[in-house]
Design a binder for this molecule. Structure first.
Ligand SMILES: [Zn+2]
Length: 246
């Protein structure tokens, strides 16, 4: 049983996570569904995430601490309803020590790229991280036909994390959405937003008529490294807007 001081969550971390939830809702990456989590920098075998509420309405009181098996470690939270798909987060943190934040969404323009032959590829420099690979998770391969397509068990979370692999920032989920990871919360929010933006722009480019001049792999990797630094600026703006709504 963790000691009490470890369960008291630092206010700044909680504010960051509240801001991330609201910002992703404002940016139309999440709607009433979707969730974002943050690895606890004090204890990397734990993560913070909201209890099961719509991201736009998350407040500090909703933030809960989980272990990497996605069980709450705070006995005071026993009565709270938790996101049913929380295994996405815990299993990715287990598989990817470099990941410190995860966004799962039903990002609307991304979904067509999960059900067609069109491959989501980086055409915008902000989305250079897509050059790290965009694997597609097919739930039928793990759980057969007839699921509701959701990641409701640790086993499905592990299969999703395996499909994400050691390098990618995004894993598409067929007929469902995507899960986006980053080394920091600002970067994961940035990547989730620009995954949606790149999908919109790729759809527009397809409509205008190809062929599309995508970023080369070398350009994508250089742009990704630059954006890891540059994501602090939009994050400061999004965080301030989100927290000033109160
Ligand atoms: Zn989902």
């Amino acid at each position: 049983m963790p000691v009490k001081s470890q369960l008291r969550l630092p206010a700044e971390l909680v504010d960051d996570l509240v801001a991330a939830n609201r910002a992703l809702a404002r940016l139309n990456v999440v709607d009433a569904f979707g969730h974002v989590s943050l690895r606890d920098p004090r204890h990397p075998h734990r993560y913070l995430m909201s209890r099961s509420v719509a991201p736009e309405s998350v407040t500090a009181a909703d933030i809960v601490l989980y272990d990497l098996d996605s069980q709450t470690v705070d006995p005071r939270d026993d009565g709270k309803l938790h996101y049913r798909e929380r295994f996405i987060h815990g299993e990715i943190y287990k598989a990817r020590p470099d990941v410190n934040a995860v966004v799962h969404s039903h990002s609307p323009t991304v979904v067509p790229f999960t059900v067609t032959r069109a491959k989501l590829r980086p055409l915008l420099h902000n989305a250079g991280f897509l050059g790290l690979g965009v694997p597609l998770f097919e739930i039928r391969k793990t759980a057969g036909d007839g699921t509701d397509l959701m990641i409701l068990t640790p086993q499905l979370g592990q299969a999703l994390a395996r499909k994400l692999g050691p390098d990618a920032a995004v894993v598409l989920m067929r007929g469902h959405g995507d899960s986006v990871v980053g080394p920091s919360l600002p970067n994961a929010v940035f990547r989730a937003y620009y995954t949606e933006i790149n999908a919109r722009q790729q759809l527009a480019a397809i409509t205008i008529g190809g062929p599309i001049n995508f970023l080369s792999r070398a350009e994508a990797l250089t742009a990704n490294a630059a954006m890891l630094r540059a994501s602090a600026r939009p994050w400061a703006l999004w965080r301030q807007r989100a927290l000033n709504e109160d």
